[in-house]
Design a protein around this ligand. Structure first.
Ligand SMILES: Cc1cc2nc3c(=O)[nH]c(=O)nc-3n(C[C@H](O)[C@H](O)[C@H](O)COP(=O)(O)O)c2cc1C
Length: 198
């Protein structure tokens, strides 16, 4: 289906990219949508969807508001887990590891690549805080439109994050619930691979 055999794969990032490419061709929309779990300092988990915008050997990137609930949790406890589920392919990938912030330059580049409408939305939203009424948000967008008729500056709290994988598990559906699971894990010294019971 996608050129890399899960049985013989040795590079989980290459396998992930092959699966993502297949998902982009087969999912109805948002193949890069992923559940992102963070936790408070005392261990209460929280999960929500984000878009995974780039993957390479460093890890998995996403962008958000550093003052949102997830941003605050990542500042207190810089570890996270992701779970992709591609229904059309009956596949799941789970990833976990430490999280670091991307540089200002990377956040600037990504912000600049977004549509003006998305930039306005991101700049106007005090993500995760209480909003007294929708008209307030709309008024803030209008105010920003007037203040910045040309380029919208990236708000300093709009940041990029990198999840540096320590574990990546690939799950694929097989008949009779005898699914295949392969776990790749690392402590920074190359990847170990093992098969798990389904
Ligand atoms: C498919 C999908 C993709 C999303 N992508 C993002 C994203 O890339 N960044 C983001 O901040 N919120 C994204 N959201 C909204 C988040 O799920 C969430 O509502 C918001 O970030 C606030 O989360 P928090 O209060 O846990 O910080 C997305 C929602 C959906 C349904």
């Amino acid at each position: 289906m996608d050129g890399i055999d899960i049985e013989t794969a040795v590079d989980p990032i290459a396998l992930f990219i092959a699966w993502m490419t297949a998902a982009e061709a087969s999912e109805l929309n948002d193949a890069s949508a992923v559940a992102l779990a963070t936790a408070t300092r005392d261990g209460m988990p929280n999960v929500r969807m984000v878009l995974m915008k780039r993957v390479d050997q460093r890890g998995f990137c996403f962008y958000t508001n550093a003052e949102s609930q997830k941003g605050v949790e990542l500042a207190q406890n810089p570890r996270a887990a992701m779970c992709f589920h591609w229904k059309s392919l009956r596949r799941q990938v789970r990833i976990s590891g430490g999280v670091s912030e991307l540089s200002d330059e990377e956040a600037d580049d990504y912000f600049a690549s977004r549509s003006r409408l998305s930039q306005l939305g991101a700049a106007a939203s005090q993500q995760s805080r209480a909003l007294a009424g929708r008209e307030l948000l709309e008024a803030q967008v209008e105010e920003l439109e007037r203040a910045f008729p040309e380029k919208i500056p990236r708000p300093p709290y709009w940041r990029g994050y990198l999840l540096r994988p320590e574990r990546i598990e690939f799950w694929t559906n097989r008949d009779g619930r005898l699914h295949d699971r392969f776990l790749f894990s690392t402590s920074g010294d190359g990847w170990r691979k093992e098969r798990l019971y389904p």
